[in-house]
Design a protein around this ligand. Structure first.
Ligand SMILES: Cc1ncc(COP(=O)(O)O)c(C=O)c1O
Length: 438
């Protein structure tokens, strides 16, 4: 059957409609057909899946993913198919592959595939969500002083376009003695009767601080018990530095929306991301970019009767994408599952502890990230007396250690021990930081 015939057949038989979202039917590629099962029982084996140059110690892996072998192979397979016959390959694979990606993401997050919208980045997800959330006259958005440029700017643009009120608050006095209780109490006490949206970032890329999102969500649930559906506080989380690090199930987390790129800690294809929304929260979202979902498109063409599709469908922007990347995303989730979520978290915590303990002992180093893993995740921020953060990172790079500088008004040196690292890597980084005494 030709691609166009197949499309006609699918449309006529009604199968084209959202099969991608609604009936993921065993087309999930656990690993690529014909490839040997992933054996990721040692950290060396995990590291061996990446083509990162061995000349460096990579402590900025979260910035933008290096693709592990199964992701590279899937991208290559789709690229070849698209290069050979773009329209034919697209018709043959679009629904199937999108279903596979949604199913893999949903399995990983322990949610339903219809609750997930696919995006190209965290920024795209934040822009779509904050740009379109329904706000009634007088309702406000509450956010914090620590969010990334993308949250901040998405909210500012929304405010400029619609006149919406955005209020920004501090959550703690000092990182030295910050506590989970302080963070969560400060958020809750700042919620006013007209606060509709709470926009926070789970793991701050400015300091490495991790917010107690679950406790915050629980307190918001309690507060919501005395509110009507239209006034309910909606908790939105930028979760990009938690996804692929923290061992969580979205059903347990309790937020309404989680926005994340999948091209950082998740090792997904560069240019991929998602927005997850709880079923009770999706009605508050409004799409800004037309979706290219087949079912929605067919309704527009008059091929199908209008009907309600899941909001996540409309919140998945069209038009055409770099499909070889988007369709390879299932492999990243499979890769993480093959290692095991709990193992991933434990390993990242161990390496981060090693780095923080080492830095805390150095008199010329000021460690900013909390020591406790309850309040930190995979990012470590610090300063070296007498040196600018950029100098610190430059000097480390000269010694083949790659870090980054926090892209915020207050800059810190930032290292992020990850699955790409060994304990020896961390020791070596510590030795080099020790030598930075002026
Ligand atoms: C907290 C946070 N949110 C959002 C982003 C933007 O992510 P993306 O590149 O996926 O848009 C970053 C970093 O780039 C970040 O640190």
């Amino acid at each position: 059957m030709s691609a166009i015939d197949r499309r006609d057949f699918l449309v006529r038989s009604g199968m084209a409609i959202g099969a991608a979202v609604l009936a993921a039917d065993g087309c999930v590629s656990k690993t690529l057909a014909g490839s040997p099962p992933l054996k990721l029982d040692s950290w060396q084996a995990v590291r061996g899946q990446f083509q990162l140059t061995p000349d460096f110690i990579h402590l900025a892996g979260f910035f933008l993913a290096s693709h592990p072998a199964p992701v590279r192979a899937a991208i290559e397979r789709h690229r070849r198919g698209l290069d050979a016959d773009p329209i034919g390959y697209w018709f043959e694979h679009e629904e199937q592959q999108e279903a596979a990606v949604l199913r893999a993401a949903a399995e990983y997050l322990s949610v339903d595939p219809t609750e997930i919208a696919l995006t190209d980045s965290t920024t795209m997800g934040l822009g779509l969500l904050y740009g379109g959330l329904t706000l009634r006259e007088g309702q406000e958005v509450l956010t914090t002083q620590y969010d990334h440029y993308s949250t901040d700017t998405a909210l500012r643009l929304r405010a400029e376009r619609t006149g919406a009120t955005v209020r920004q608050i501090p959550l703690y006095h000092s990182l030295k003695d910050v506590s989970s209780l302080e963070l969560h109490e400060n958020l809750i006490k700042n919620i006013r009767p007209n606060t509709r949206i709470v926009a926070v970032t789970w793991v701050h890329s400015s300091t490495g601080l991790k917010l107690p999102v679950q406790e915050m969500a629980r307190a918001i649930h309690t507060l919501n018990e005395s509110r009507t559906e239209q006034d309910r506080v909606i908790l939105c989380v930028d979760g990009v530095h938690a996804l692929g690090v923290e061992d969580f199930r979205l059903s347990d987390l309790g937020c309404d929306f989680l926005v994340a790129g999948t091209h950082k800690w998740m090792f997904g294809p560069r240019g991929t991301g998602l927005v997850w929304g709880h079923q009770r929260a999706w009605p508050v979202a409004n799409a800004i970019i037309p979706t290219f979902n087949t079912q929605a498109y067919d309704i527009w063409m008059g091929l199908n009767q209008p009907k309600d599709l899941p909001k996540s469908v409309y919140m998945t922007p069209g038009g055409f994408h770099s499909f070889e990347h988007r369709w390879a995303l299932d492999q990243a989730f499979t890769f993480h599952q093959a290692i095991g979520k709990a193992r991933v978290t434990q390993r990242i915590y161990e390496l981060n502890q090693q780095l923080k303990q080492g830095l805390a002992k150095m008199p010329h180093v000021m460690l900013h990230t909390p020591m406790s893993q309850d309040l930190s995740s995979g990012i470590v921020c610090f300063e070296v007396t007498g040196m600018r953060p950029r100098q610190v990172i430059e000097r480390l790079r000269q010694q083949k250690i790659i870090g980054s500088v926090t892209p915020y008004a207050t800059e810190y040196a930032r290292l992020a021990p990850s699955l790409l690292n060994s304990s020896e890597d961390i020791e070596q980084a510590l030795q080099e930081i020790l030598k930075l005494r002026v």
